[in-house]
Design a protein around this ligand. Structure first.
Ligand code: F6R
Length: 613
């Protein structure tokens, strides 16, 4: 997501902010900006704001031409979530009096209601961002004590934030705060930093305070004091970071892909943030279609390519199963050359993490031409898909740098779960009780993914053993089928080992001929209505001497002494199981590829965004 940096110290802030923003560029961004407090005397004290609605380099050119001087400043690279990437939407944001300056990473869930309340009280907003409520809320709570006003304001905010802030009235106070988004405080010699990412500050200091959830850091020339929103002082964790810049960008992980798999709990939580009530009522801000209108759609077409096509298949299953609406997932590159039969009663859902895949965009245009209502489910704000579709559902997964999609797929799956729940609700196909069950299942996912990732060593051990094979078959039924296809895709694209995916039923119609003791099979056998069928298939496979790695639900003994390896997954709702199984197979593929010495972040012949047919 966005990158933030704050500086308070003996040196000039602007060059430090510029360098830090350059180092945060790798996360992807659409605009950037800095605010620096200038002037020593109270009378000439003011804040200078410089923004670029495009590259960090453009911001740097502007700053070099007109360099603000001052020892306190904040900077930001923006990855838009609310409001287009424009000059006014670029951070820092300020209050009505231009005294309070804020940069933010995260999503403020209740910004619309806060904005309404603040506007009613006379506050004037200039941007479309969720962030702008923060300076105004601080202004509304300001009674001469900036820190107290920040605490009071933050108590009102729901969602995720990492913030760096200062007030023109307090030249020796830099404030940082976090909730559900990371923030660190760097401790230098007579200088301090607040940053969303250690990468920003790595050349300046190795001593870093890690802020806890809901904590606020008040940084002054005397040091950094951390407290809760209630003002209770806490002792933050001090860590010594000896990473270089490249290690820091990867959060200390060996590869972006691994870091991004580890980002999944946050990505999954962000995909739900502010969209789901306890009663399972779903709303999407940028796809705000009335219930009555949504109810009128008689079929759903889901388009995507590669991993996103597998997401489409998950959507197809869930929409049909939960909402009872005919749904079909299609390869966008095939769809574009067909003579489709649908029209204005069709909802076309376009899945694309980049928002720029050429075939998917043409599919979207064709669907629009035929009068379908279109919605893009994408990770990139104001991408071509988001701009061209009638609505957008943003993944909010944060930038994905590894070429192979990982966290964006799981965020796609969660988003499709929400869309399916919305369609099921407007069509009266799901009871309140069932909705609540699904909410509980979805909300439990971030922790369940975390627990699964904690078992990475166990997965790596299995992967290392299987890395000697040159061919793999993955198979599943129901939701397990797209999961199997994705498992096979992930393995082949990063390890260059041949892998294919099929359904349990299809197995006997050909693929089984391939199997022998050198052709292992990965079987998705976690609890589902077709689990027993999967177990029978595994018996058939084992009879052909093929080694089987089976994903099973904890406590299920039906494949003991049958499969060569069983990997226990938690007993959860089927949709949650599909997501957890996907993460397990991503880690499996990653560790096979690493064992084989492949470049997992930039696999040969592949590009992150396929903008040609
Ligand atoms: C595989 C992968 C690709 C993409 C596909 C579509 O790991 O990343 O298969 O899923 O190129 O890309 P998007 O989602 O950007 O449309």
């Amino acid at each position: 997501m966005c990158g933030i940096i704050g500086y308070l110290g003996d040196r000039e802030a602007t060059p430090i902010l510029m360098e830090s923003l350059k180092r945060l560029e790798y996360r992807g961004y659409d605009s950037a900006g800095v605010a620096v407090l200038e002037g020593h005397q109270r009378a000439d004290r003011h804040t200078s704001v410089t923004k670029s609605e495009s590259k960090v380099d453009v911001l740097i050119e502007k700053l070099q031409a007109n360099m603000p001087t001052g020892k306190l400043g904040i900077g930001h690279t923006r990855w838009a979530t609310h409001g287009k990437p424009t000059y006014v939407n670029a951070h820092p944001h300020t209050d009505c009096t231009n005294r309070i300056y804020v940069v933010h990473n995260g999503i403020i869930e209740n910004f619309a209601e806060l904005k309404k309340e603040l506007e009613a009280a006379g506050h004037e907003f200039t941007s479309d961002t969720d962030t702008e409520v923060v300076p105004h809320l601080i202004e509304a709570n300001y009674k001469g004590d900036f820190l107290a006003a920040v605490r009071a304001a933050l108590k009102r905010i729901r969602g995720a934030y990492a913030l760096a802030m200062f007030s023109t009235d307090d030249p020796e106070l830099l404030v940082g705060a976090r909730l559900n988004a990371p923030l660190v405080v760097g401790l230098g010699e007579h200088e301090y930093y607040v940053a969303s990412d250690i990468t920003a500050i790595i050349p300046y200091t190795k001593r870093v305070l890690i802020l806890g959830e809901g904590e606020v850091a008040a940084v002054t020339p005397l040091g950094a004091e951390v407290s809760t929103l209630d003002g209770t002082t806490v002792k933050p964790k001090l860590v010594h970071v000896d990473w270089d810049v490249s290690q820091a960008q990867k959060g200390g992980f060996a590869h972006f892909m691994l870091k991004e798999i580890h980002d999944t709990p946050e990505a999954v939580a962000n995909a739900m943030r502010g969209r789901l009530t306890d009663d399972g009522i779903v709303s999407f801000r940028e796809f705000d279609v009335e219930d009555k209108k949504l109810k009128g759609y008689e079929e759903v077409l889901l388009l995507g390519m590669g991993t996103s096509r597998h997401a489409a298949m998950v959507g197809e299953f869930l929409i049909e199963d939960w909402a009872g609406i005919p749904a079909r997932a299609q390869d966008a590159s095939e769809f574009r050359y067909r003579r489709p039969t649908f029209g204005p009663k069709t909802l076309a859902v376009v899945l694309t993490q980049s928002g720029e895949t050429a075939d998917t965009l043409v599919g979207l245009h064709r669907a629009k031409e035929r009068g379908a209502l279109t919605v893009a489910v994408t990770n990139v704000f104001a991408s071509s898909a988001a701009r061209d579709a009638d609505g957008a559902i943003y993944l909010h997964a944060g930038p994905e740098i590894g070429v192979a999609s990982t966290k964006t797929l799981t965020a796609h799956m969660v988003s499709l779960g929400l869309l399916s729940l919305r369609l099921a609700t407007v069509n009266g196909r799901v009871s309140l009780e069932r909705r609540r069950e699904l909410v509980t299942a979805l909300r439990a996912l971030p922790d369940q993914v975390r627990e699964l990732i904690d078992r990475e060593k166990e997965i790596a051990k299995i992967a290392h053993r299987y890395s000697r094979y040159r061919n793999f078959m993955y198979f599943g039924r129901g939701l397990g089928y797209p999961v199997a296809l994705e498992g096979a895709l992930k393995l082949k694209e990063i390890s260059y080992v041949h892998a294919e995916g099929t359904t349990g039923g299809e197995l006997k119609h050909g693929p089984i001929a391939l199997l022998d003791k050198e052709f292992p099979v990965v079987a998705i056998c976690t609890a589902s209505p077709t689990k027993d069928k999967m177990v029978s298939n595994v018996h058939e496979i084992v009879a052909r001497n093929a080694p089987v790695l089976a994903l099973i639900t904890k406590g299920d003994r039906s494949l003991d002494d049958v499969a060569m390896d069983v990997f226990e997954m938690p007993a959860v709702e089927e949709v949650a199981s599909a997501i957890l199984n996907t993460v397990m197979l991503q880690l499996f593929a990653y560790h096979v590829a690493i064992k084989l010495g492949q470049d997992v972040d930039q696999p040969r012949n592949l590009a992150k965004s396929v903008t040609v047919e």
